[in-house]
Design a protein around this ligand. Structure first.
Ligand code: ADP
Ligand code: MG
Length: 236
């Protein structure tokens, strides 16, 4: 875990990202600057193809910028060796996507525990197992899934699956939650439930959240809205 040495949780500085296919180069991000204070709730909006997911992936260390830097709590993280990057993703950054990416053979509780299983050796896991299970069950309970711990994903509704995915993103107690169109596959009522849960995590627990959406009404739930257009950000 990175020790805090900056008042900012995330700093994105001069980030560029292009994709090449054949002879053509697509300049998706053309100099992005973005600051996130601890406890912030920021929405990133922009048209489809404007680079929202690309930017979120760079912040979540799923990809690296071509130029520029990403800092977490004052430490540069975009150029870390892959083992440290994977570890940081497992400990400090939770991610939620439009598709829930739950493992179909595991039940809700096991899906939530999966990031912890990856982290510990077998021997260490046996020591932390009961506490981890309790934390996972508590999270599912909090998201209204106390009666669904042993349900497989196929036995859950879309909104329920997304709440399992959020619990999984939070089980390691990250300091940052990145959510990419988390309500994109849901009906309005289920989507509102997910947004309510994110708002509560921000307001009550002080969790820092970056929410990507193409929907201006959803973005209004955040404290701050930034728009991506032509590869740059503008604060609204
Ligand atoms: P958004 O999330 O705002 O819809 P994305 O960040 O997914 O936009 O994509 C931005 C642009 O980059 C799109 O035109 C997309 O087709 C392109 N793109 C995204 N990922 C890749 C990739 N891995 N290779 C080539 N082009 C990509
Ligand atoms: Mg996207």
């Amino acid at each position: 875990m990175i020790e805090p040495s900056s008042p900012l949780l995330v700093q994105v500085r001069g980030v560029h990202k292009s994709y090449r296919s054949g002879d053509t180069q697509l300049d998706v991000l053309r100099g992005i600057d973005l600051d996130l204070e601890p406890g912030a709730f920021v929405a990133i909006i922009g048209q489809s193809g404007s680079g929202k997911s690309t930017l979120l992936h760079l912040m979540g260390l799923l990809d690296a910028p071509d130029a520029g830097e990403v800092h977490l709590a004052g430490e540069r993280i975009d150029n870390l060796p892959s083992a440290r990057r994977d570890r940081l993703r497992n400990t400090d950054i939770g991610m939620v996507f439009q598709a829930y990416h739950l493992l179909p053979e595991l039940n809700a509780l096991e899906n939530v525990l999966a990031p912890l299983l990856v982290r510990y050796s077998m021997a260490a896991w046996w020591r932390v197992r009961s506490e981890a299970k309790q934390r996972a069950a508590d999270l599912l309970e909090r998201f209204g899934l106390g009666g669904r711990l042993h349900h497989k994903p196929r036995q859950l509704s879309g909104g329920e699956m997304q709440r399992v995915a959020i619990a999984r993103a939070l089980v390691a107690q990250p300091r940052l939650l990145l959510a990419d169109e988390p309500t994109g596959n849901l009906d309005e009522a289920s989507g509102t439930g997910i947004l309510d849960a994110l708002c509560e995590l921000n307001r009550k627990d002080g969790l820092s959240i970056v929410l990507v959406t193409h929907d201006a009404a959803i973005a209004k739930r955040a404290d701050r809205i930034v728009r991506l257009a032509a590869g740059r950000v503008e604060t609204l």
